[in-house]
Write a protein that binds this ligand. Sequence first.
Ligand code: SF4
Ligand code: SF4
Length: 445
Amino acid sequence: MALFKLGNTHLPHRKKTACVASVRLGKKDIVVNIPMSMHIGAECTPLVKAGDSVYVGTIIGDSNAAVGAPVHSSVSGKVTGIGSILSINGRNVTTVTIESDGLFTKDPSLSPVKAESFADLSRAARNSGLVGLGGAGFPTAVKLDEKKISQIDTLLINAAECEPYITSDTRTIIENSDTLKAAIETFLTLSGVKKCVIGIEKNKPEAIKLLLEKFSGSENVLIKTLPTTYPQGGEKMLIYNCLGRIVPEGGLPADVGVIVLNVTTLTYLQKYLDTGMPLVEKTVTVDGSAVAEAKNITVPIGCRVGDVVSECGCDFENTGKIIMGGPMMGNALYTLDYPVLKNTNAILAFDKKESVKPKATPCIHCGRCVSTCPMGLNPTIYAKAVAKPIGEESYNLLLESKINLCIECGSCSYVCPAKRPLVENNRLAKANCRTYRERMESLKK
Ligand code: SF4
Ligand code: SF4
């Protein structure tokens, strides 16, 4: 079985917001509901209680876990309660609710942060609450591992932004190119890494032109323009397409001398060093057929999705579906009260007509899902496995057919002429594996 192939799915781009300057949320009298887990790893414990006053940037949650990221208030105002929310991946997550006073007063204890070593930079990444902002949500400080940095020779910046509609990374490059340049210089100086490659799909001409200007004459920063084929932003695809290196199965980018950071993540890290303000806001692309005015909008983390889409003229009467993230990998929301998360890069609202789910028909064994899968997998096997009861047989079948390698890119579902819900099956298959493992573990106790 091939480890992976080049992404070869051609999607419509629909990046009409790429040329429009981002704006800030106009509504100030908001209530934010901030989850204590917006990252891969341990959930934070709230450090505030109802009645406490907070500022923008005040720490409100943290954990001692090795893999985690603290959480900060995105508004100034009063904590009104500690509650919980059903997250889109099905877990209950603790939340801190804060009523904004509308003033957005910065925490007076915050000041610029000095980083004189790679350990300082890693500490800054942790204190800033940074996680992978391309969608993964992996704590950035864990990636900036001091013990592994000597084996890295290349910083690879992921600016591919390969899903349709989403342009928030593109606007970050265009609107913060000096900060991005400073961030790269800081990283290379403190890490000792010699080379930086910025991987960007060629459907972003304005951003590419600006990057080429900013880094003209630079010997250690290379702009690598890539074909617009999905999923170009997948970490392993990006590493292969930019550097020709293959991450071994079960391995990490560090195993081939690479550290991959999303372009907005790296830019925020520099912003944190410059100002001391942790990650409290996010620029998200709002688009889709139910939205009158598509735009990139910078919003406080934890604010209601409903507040964000209404500022873009969402036709709620005729909205059939709202997706957090892109159309390929995003998740449909079950409530307009759902909060914007650290790693939210898009909110897409579709009208009722476009939201109708196509009827799945029987598999015609055409093999398109197999030939398009960038990881060389066979999604039809996963569909068969999830039809079986959770148990040893289905677990072994899923493991043998490498379900763990599925990056949930959605390419198989997209190309399937029978409209089979393949990526949904894959997610269910992974959940079934987790359930089986947990059952086996509990039997051992
Ligand atoms: S979602 Fe489908 S196409 Fe994408 S990696 Fe998984 S099996 Fe392959
Ligand atoms: S693409 Fe759809 S119809 Fe074709 S083999 Fe895969 S699941 Fe079956």
